[in-house]
Design a protein around this ligand. Structure first.
Ligand SMILES: [Zn+2]
Length: 251
């Protein structure tokens, strides 16, 4: 009999009092949780978010979490400019640029002097310039000495700003290059005259050249948000792509 009674109860139309019981109690509980949560937030202000941005000192060695700090600088142009000014890197600010429907940039600098000269002009967003500086100083330079026993005297690159979409097609997401937020590195020149090329030496180089290239690609993952090389796909067989875009990818 209990079954019929409970079945009837389930079929009964919900009266206002039933409804208020069903809705009001969970609402009240939710409200209590929200109020308690707000109290907790007030007691612990958002101090944690401010720390990574304010503490960027480019003269300190890069570490495994450096890329997070550099990504945070994208939202803090003043702090980024201060970080560059406080470093040995010399840059010149470039005027903002708009080019077509999806290309252009703001907060971009030209690198005038860094720890290693480049094969051509380097125009990058402020956080990318900071990242490149850390990578050449703390990753590429020391790796050249360690694996090849010679000082790095030039870095060859294939471009920074370029108005294009990912994969080079006419549809799809704009490349980070379209906002000067990426650089393609293709090779290295050493003080003793040797040259190391990503295309030639990634697979066919000597043991030292191959170890050097793998070391600097792995180290780049501590500093950049996205690192792509010959292991990623054929389009990257001749260069490393570094950017500070929206997604974390290290291949
Ligand atoms: Zn690229």
């Amino acid at each position: 009999m209990g079954t019929i009674a409970s079945a009837r109860k389930r079929l009964e139309p919900r009266t206002p009092s039933t409804l208020s019981r069903l809705v009001a109690r969970p609402l009240l509980a939710l409200l209590t949780l929200v109020v308690a949560g707000c109290g907790a937030l007030e007691r612990h202000p958002v101090r944690e978010q401010a720390v990574p941005i304010q503490s960027v000192d480019l003269e300190r060695p890069a570490g495994p979490g450096t890329w997070r700090q550099l990504v945070a600088l994208k939202e803090a142009p003043a702090q980024c400019a201060a970080a560059l000014n406080g470093s040995a890197l010399r840059v010149q600010a470039l005027p903002d640029r708009r080019n077509g429907s999806f290309c252009g940039y703001s907060n971009v600098v030209q690198i005038l002097r860094s720890t290693v000269p480049y094969s051509g002009p380097v125009h990058l967003t402020c956080p990318m310039a900071a990242a490149l500086y850390l990578w050449e100083r703390d990753i590429a330079g020391p790796a050249a000495m360690r694996h090849l026993g010679s000082r790095l005297v030039r870095i060859d690159h294939m471009g920074t700003y370029s108005c294009r979409r990912i994969g080079g097609g006419t549809s799809g997401r704009p490349s980070e290059h379209a906002a000067a937020n990426a650089i393609d590195i293709s090779g290295f020149r050493l003080e003793d005259g040797r040259r190391v090329s990503v295309l030639r030496d990634w697979s066919s180089g000597g043991a030292a050249e191959r170890a050097f290239l793998r070391d600097i690609r792995r180290g780049a993952c501590e500093i950049f948000q996205v690192v792509l090389g010959p292991d990623y796909n054929a389009a990257h067989r001749d260069h490393f792509h570094f950017d500070l875009g929206r997604y974390r990818l290290c291949r």
